[in-house]
Write a protein that binds this ligand. Structure first.
Ligand SMILES: Cc1ncc(C[n+]2csc(CCOP(=O)(O)OP(=O)(O)O)c2C)c(N)n1
Length: 320
């Protein structure tokens, strides 16, 4: 273990952050159902422990390049939650003036971006990481990618190039076992964390439902990349509790599989661990109440922003 970046786990603050992430995604889901948010919406409910696990390992100056399921990664990067919500709720004060929406989030102040093009986060992350390498900085780029995206050629090409030039990029694969309706078992051969082996890229795998496990395994992967040893892969297994998008009828997962979700819920697992450590139900409820109030406050702030002026529709639009 390279202890220079070891970060202790604080159970209460991790629990609070898990809840914040869950409630954040829930109020975005509410926005879709009420008709306030348009377009396809992908929530990361069930992925929270990965974001909470890596958050203290990410430093200001690192870049995070995310996917079509990006909100928690934006929060980890330090994007202002009210500004993020303003974008998702299509308001003028949002990251892209309310015109980009949930798959086009860009925050240059926090070196964060996402893309709805599956597999594109890998080559984009190489660019961010290469720039950091040229500056001889110990900042890195963190590429988030899904298990489905890991089957794209862009991932294979990016592994090759990252190894060839020793580029400081950490590929974090959020392995929720599905790409839309296609199960990993019917689309993916071999083990994703070992896909860099022939290039000399080390890989780690962890249970992405448990903050503590994510944190301790991710520390090693981060240390490898940050200490100038080249790229690394971290695969974190998790569940996607919602459909692929809000409104997906999700006919492809059996009731038995869905019934077992509570056993694999990061929040319920954290509550169990805290209760075993002596925390009372009342204490947990009080944290939950505070978080719910806080998130409602974020949304109220976001909704104070007006809708974009139609006359601004062509601002930021490029023509050849
Ligand atoms: C290049 C490209 N091909 C197909 C799609 C359609 N698409 C959107 S999400 C998705 C599945 C992605 O699965 P995975 O990478 O496992 O991420 P998850 O949705 O499970 O988080 C697909 C095929 C797309 N957006 N881009």
């Amino acid at each position: 273990m390279e202890s220079d970046i070891a970060v202790e786990l604080d159970y209460v603050s991790s629990y609070r952050r898990l809840l914040q992430f869950r409630r954040f995604e829930e109020i975005v889901g509410d926005g879709v159902r009420s008709g306030a948010i348009h377009g396809e919406m992908h929530l990361a409910i069930g992925h929270e422990a990965i974001a909470v696990g890596i958050e203290p390992l990410v430093r200001r100056g690192d870049a995070i390049i995310s996917t079509h399921r990006p909100h928690l990664h934006a929060l980890v990067a330090g994007v202002d939650p009210c500004v993020l919500l303003a974008e998702l709720y299509e308001r003028d004060g949002g990251l892209s003036g309310g015109k980009g929406g949930h798959m086009h989030l860009f925050d240059p102040d926090h070196d964060f971006m996402c893309t709805g093009i599956v597999g594109a986060s890998a080559p984009l992350a190489l660019g961010y990481a290469y720039e950091r390498m040229l500056r001889e900085s110990d900042e890195i780029a963190i590429c988030i990618i899904g298990d489905g995206a890991a089957n794209h050629g862009t991932f294979a090409e990016s592994l090759n190039m990252a190894a060839l030039y020793d580029i400081p990029v950490l590929f974090i694969v959020e392995d929720n076992g599905y790409a839309i309706s296609v199960a990993r078992s019917s689309s993916s051969a071999g083990e994703i964390h070992r896909r860099g082996e022939s290039h000399g890229i080390p890989g780690w795998r962890c249970d992405g439902r448990r903050v503590q496990e994510v944190r301790s395994v991710a520390q090693e992967a981060f240390a490898h990349v940050r200490n100038g040893r080249g790229p690394a892969i971290l695969v974190a297994e998790c569940e996607r509790f919602r459909g692929h998008y809000e409104g997906d009828i999700d006919h492809y997962r059996s009731s038995a599989e869905k019934d077992s979700f509570p056993d694999r819920d990061p929040i319920l697992l954290a509550e169990k661990a805290m209760s075993e450590a002596g925390m009372s139900k009342e204490e947990m409820d009080s944290i939950e109440k505070q978080v719910t109030a806080e998130i409602s406050g974020w949304l109220e702030d976001a909704l104070r922003n007006p809708f974009p002026d139609p006359l601004q529709a062509l601002n930021g639009v490029f023509t050849a």
